[in-house]
Design a protein. Structure first.
Length: 112
């Protein structure tokens, strides 16, 4: 699976701008960004995958170009996939970064 390295760089920059100190990790044939040891969001197959948690799931699905995340034939609850066209806009990208962080920051940090 390929991923868009420019999109990955822009995603990482959004997390840095939010003072999240992300760690980049190769995952699912793409790249994921870890915050406090937890996956926040990432990109693979020219799509963006965003962790929003159970409470933010339905609202996230109501956003343009968002759909349930299904990478293995099974929907991953608390995660959404955002089609590539939507993630090119910096305002939308910032919004998805904020959603991911809003959930991940509720989790206790994992030991490194």
């Amino acid at each position: 699976m390929a991923f868009d390295p420019d999109l990955a760089d822009r995603m990482e920059a959004q997390l840095v701008a939010l003072d999240a100190r992300p760690a980049r990790r190769a995952m699912f044939g793409g790249v994921a960004f870890m915050v406090n040891g937890h996956m926040s969001y990432g990109t693979a197959r020219e799509e963006m995958h965003v962790r929003v948690g159970a409470d933010g799931y339905e609202e996230a699905l109501s956003q343009p170009n968002a759909r349930p995340m299904d990478m293995t034939g099974r929907v991953m609850k608390g995660w959404v996939t955002v089609d590539a066209l939507a993630d090119r806009d910096e305002v939308a990208l910032a919004s998805w970064a904020q959603r991911a962080l809003a959930f991940v920051r509720t989790l206790p940090p994992k030991a490194s």
